[in-house]
Design a protein. Structure first.
Length: 308
């Protein structure tokens, strides 16, 4: 975020609602707009998934389940059957708002991602342990808890973390954030005694693969970013002031009408007026887990297991 564009927004005191852990996706969310992070991860308002998220989740689910089957059975036919079956469920779950055009986009883009996958690798040759699919990663750095799930890890001579992307490969300057996320997983695993040799981003529709070796300064930078970001979150919470980033993040933000940086008469976030407004926008609030202040394991997740 460029600091000159940021707008400080005061929020009401809603208590200490900061999640006990930080996931790589939360870091990105905070970096994009910390006020949107506050609405979502602190106040607990659920952002409805848009079409790109739904396509991403569908493709990730299909690839996860596809790689769980025996290597010799990982045929294109099996993958397309899974895409059809899982896609039907996804469409049914979202039929209230998906338009005809959305359906075409969903089918085309998910199929294109799967085709890209088969162009990039031969899944019958891929050796993978089931525990390395959607593997949880937990570590504590300077009393900041990292928790997230990586897409997959392989161990074919080199231990490699892979992250699938259903978008196009971004310009080089925007790769940093995605690489830092996988480097953070590598740092978390290293903390648990497992050395990761490489990280990999696979941009499925464009058939693009980005691989980087892990090295100390990259892991240190990822950890430093985790720790400094958490300190900024703590400071924002204490000051009850969060930085809004009015600009491109607003295009896909569910909180525009309740955001004082974008909507002049929006009430102070966290007040009853703001909560009522968000409810009239049909947004839902997550139920906070009773064990959100526990000190270990999955119990530290604030709203159930939604971290990515
Ligand atoms: S509308 Fe824009 S500035 Fe406001 S919370 Fe959303 S992303 Fe941030």
């Amino acid at each position: 975020m460029a600091d000159d564009k940021l707008v400080a927004v005061k929020v009401a005191d809603i208590g200490n609602q900061l999640p006990n852990h930080v996931s790589p996706s939360q870091l990105s969310s905070f970096d994009r707009c910390s006020l949107a992070y506050w609405f979502s991860s602190v106040a607990g308002w659920r952002e409805p998934a848009g079409l790109p998220q739904i396509i991403g989740t569908l493709v990730h689910d299909v690839l996860e389940n596809f790689l769980k089957i025996k290597a010799e059975n990982r045929t294109k036919e099996a993958a397309w059957n899974m895409l059809r079956d899982t896609g039907e469920v996804v469409i049914n779950n979202n039929k209230s708002w998906l338009t005809e055009e959305d359906l075409v986009t969903l089918k085309d883009k998910s199929a294109e991602s799967l085709k890209g996958y088969f162009d990039l690798e031969d899944p019958t040759q891929l050796e993978i342990d089931l525990e390395d699919l959607e593997r949880p990663v937990t570590a504590i750095f300077e009393s900041v808890k990292l928790y997230g799930r990586l897409d997959r890890m392989t161990r074919d001579g080199v231990v490699r973390i892979t992250d699938y992307k259903t978008s196009k490969r971004p310009a080089p300057q925007y790769l940093t954030d995605s690489l830092r996320q996988v480097m953070l997983y590598a740092a978390g695993l290293k903390e648990n005694g497992l050395e990761v040799g490489e990280v990999e981003l696979i941009y499925l529709p464009g058939r693009d693969r980005v691989r980087r070796p892990t090295y100390k300064s990259a892991l240190d930078r990822a950890v430093q970013h985790l720790v400094t970001t958490r300190r900024k979150m703590d400071s924002s919470l204490t000051k009850q002031t969060w930085m809004a980033n009015p600009g491109s993040p607003c295009k896909s933000c569910a909180f525009v009408k309740a955001c004082p940086a974008k909507t002049a008469k929006a009430p102070i976030p966290g007040t009853k007026e703001s909560e009522d407004l968000l409810q009239t926008l049909n947004l839902e609030k997550r139920v906070r887990s009773k064990s959100s202040n526990a000190t270990s394991g999955m119990e530290m997740l604030p709203f159930g297991e939604e971290a990515q």
